[in-house]
Design a protein around this ligand. Structure first.
Ligand SMILES: [Zn+2]
Length: 436
């Protein structure tokens, strides 16, 4: 309407009409000024609501709470600090602590530090310092953002607190220690994986956030601190509508990223058969055969090693974390140990650690055993480095026993290796389709 008036006015001016033109010019100027003021007002209110979102009822976020007397603090300096139930490398692992996590040290034993929430951590993975700011926090105004193939949930805190994670059937829980919840979670609408988020203050300084999930298959998660903001990334199914296949290859696994990790390598030979076959060599052969079969089905396959080189467990895990595949499989062959060499033990075994990997482990085991007619050595829960990545369902396969003379013949037969790679690739295709 303003445009039209201005156009009309311009038209009249050009035609050098009477003095009424000046009255119209005044009306137009008033209209423009009015609209401008409304616009500025709106901008200001948007800006204010954004500020409210980041400060909430907690006052200024990122401001640590001051203490009357100083305390000794441990800060995690590695990407994933190993927290344990007792001061020993043998003690049960708790949820790893993201880099920059801070907690008060309550006691020490040798090189181990006991943190205020009850866990122990090796001194090597921390820096310690005296501080007059508290390692406690409030959690306010949790919000989330839906990104390409993942959802990020952001917890603005005053200090990076220790955390614990638990996965269950259609449930993911995140516990923040040393934390008091202060209301508001942004309502969740139309998220591909989360149906509901709620929290419970379990103890005066421990709050548990529960995420009800839409599907039973969980596709991996990451936790990190960005200054005092805890960022939980929950990955979506690779088949959600937002997913666009990266490669142009068609097939049931089109655009799906898979990491294969051939176990051992270099001076680490792994298990050895009586007649001298080395596990590291067979692992690599099988990984390459499986890579070929998966690529034929459209997958993008990454190997952690392509040659006979040594690679630490940490390097393998780091590669999985950076590639962020849909699944990761570590390929191994088993051995009963020298003392039990006479024991007859054969078959394929799968190992999982996080509940998000159990479905995959079970499915692969059952499918391969059934379709190849091989003995099954069971689906086992085990605390193994290559079963521990959280970024994707990760399973370690033990495809047979090099300690069993009879099974070794099957293991090293090139035709049988080819058959195994085809059946494994088919089992992966079937598992993916079962999750859709
Ligand atoms: Zn091995």
């Amino acid at each position: 309407m303003v445009h039209r008036r201005l156009a009309k006015l311009l038209h009249k001016l050009l035609l050098r009409d009477d003095v009424a033109i000046y009255r119209q010019l005044l009306i137009c100027l008033c209209l423009c000024l009015g609209l401008g003021l409304i616009f500025i007002g709106r901008e200001q209110s948007i800006h204010q609501s954004q500020i409210q979102k980041t400060t909430g009822n907690c006052g200024a976020v990122n401001t640590a709470i001051k203490l009357p007397t100083p305390v000794k603090i441990a800060e995690v300096v590695v990407d994933s600090g190993i927290s344990r139930t007792a001061p020993s490398d043998e003690a049960t692992r708790l949820t790893p602590l993201p880099k920059n996590t801070k907690a008060t040290i309550t006691s020490t034993k040798g090189d181990w530090l006991r943190l205020d929430y009850g866990a122990w951590i090796h001194r090597q993975e921390t820096r310690t310092f005296i501080s007059n700011t508290s390692s406690e926090s409030f959690a306010c105004d949790i919000y989330y953002r839906k990104l390409e193939a993942k959802t990020e949930v952001i917890f603005p805190l005053q200090t990076p607190v220790p955390i614990s994670v638990k996965q269950g059937d259609r449930i993911f829980t995140l516990t923040l220690h040393n934390t008091t919840a202060k209301n508001k979670i942004m309502p969740i609408n139309n998220n591909p994986i989360i149906s509901r988020i709620f929290w419970q203050q379990e103890k005066p300084k421990r709050v548990k956030y529960t995420f009800n999930l839409k599907n039973s298959q969980q596709w991996g998660y990451k936790l990190k601190y960005d200054e005092n903001n805890l960022i939980l990334t929950l990955r979506h199914s690779p088949f959600t509508p937002t997913f666009t296949p990266i490669s142009g290859i068609s097939g049931p696994l089109s655009g799906i990223k898979i990491v294969l990790d051939p176990g051992h390598g270099g001076i680490d030979s792994g298990a050895k058969s009586q007649d001298g076959y080395l596990e590291k060599d067979i692992n690599l052969i099988m990984a390459k055969l499986l890579q070929e079969q998966l690529m034929l089905r459209g997958a993008m396959v990454y190997l952690t090693r392509e040659d006979d080189i040594q690679l630490s467990l940490g390097e393998r895990v780091a590669r999985i974390n950076s590639i962020e595949p849909a699944i990761a499989l570590s390929i191994h062959y088993n051995h009963t140990g020298t003392k039990k060499i006479s024991q007859k033990r054969q078959g394929i075994g799968t190992y999982w650690y996080h509940p998000q990997s159990l479905g995959l482990a079970k499915f692969l085991q059952q499918y391969v055993v059934k379709n190849l007619g091989r003995p099954g050595d069971g689906v086992r829960w085990k605390n193994l480095a290559l079963a521990r990545p959280t970024v994707a369902p990760s399973v370690l396969l033990e495809l047979g026993f090099l300690s069993d003379m009879e099974e070794v013949q099957w293991i090293v037969d090139s035709q049988e290796q080819q058959n195994l790679s085809i059946v494994l690739a088919d089992s992966i295709v079937e598992w993916f389709s079962s999750t859709r």
